[in-house]
Design a protein around this ligand. Structure first.
Ligand SMILES: [Zn+2]
Length: 218
């Protein structure tokens, strides 16, 4: 019980600290949110979104699930993306994976994981899509790390497949979609430098959802 009670002590200290820095902090916080970033990351307790980015409350809209997946039929993540793009007008969408991800590790094991099977299937599909590259990596840990990166790339691509992102980008030149990996051993965020424009162009050969929309004239 001690640690549970501790949380409320921590909270009161945090309120005091924030108010000491800015007496109007909570008044401003309650007014509205206007974040520039949507962060889609893993639920892993070691990867706290705001802290690793050094951002304050109000700066980033956050969605987290096991292994940072962006599934087409997941009403939760789809609603988050839609709301962030259409109503919050975020300028950047970040898919952030992390090395040593338990979800990715589980997907690499040839095993029935019960209820987790359909969730892990998405990561196994990423493995299948990149089988040749992954199979050529003999060191298992390196293969695991590469799958983490490829999973980020594929989930970022899934974000780009959504109508809200494609349509908003055509009209406004934002949001830009990014793929990052967090390294637990060093605390460093690594930008995979995915080529957003190139992926958008490629996937729109099949997934173009801007049909009939004109880009605004310059
Ligand atoms: Zn994870």
């Amino acid at each position: 019980m001690a640690s549970y009670e501790q949380i409320f002590d921590n909270n009161r200290k945090w309120v005091a600290e924030m108010t000491a820095k800015d007496a109007n902090f909570f008044e401003k916080l309650a007014r509205d949110q206007n974040p520039d970033y949507l962060y889609i990351g893993c639920s892993d307790s070691r990867v706290p979104a705001n802290e690793i980015m050094g951002l304050e409350p109000g700066d980033v809209f956050v969605h987290r699930n096991v292994a940072n997946l962006v599934n087409n039929t997941d009403l939760n993540v789809m609603s988050v993306i839609n709301y962030a793009v259409k109503h919050l007008s975020v300028k950047h969408i970040i898919v952030c994976g992390h090395y040593n991800c338990g979800g990715v590790k589980a997907a690499m094991m040839p095993k029935d994981m019960g209820l987790l099977n359909p969730w892990l299937r998405t990561i196994r599909d990423v493995y299948r899509m990149h089988y040749d590259e992954l199979d050529a990596i003999k060191d298992e840990h390196k293969r695991y790390s590469r799958l983490v990166e490829l999973n980020v790339l594929e989930q970022a691509t899934n974000v780009i497949k959504t109508a809200s992102v494609q349509q908003c980008y055509l009209q406004n030149k934002y949001p830009i979609v990014h793929g990052w990996v967090f390294d637990l051993h060093t605390g460093i965020l690594i930008d995979l430098n995915i080529n957003f424009e190139k992926i958008l162009k490629e996937i729109q050969k099949i997934y173009d959802l801007t049909g009939g929309m004109a880009a605004p004239s310059e």
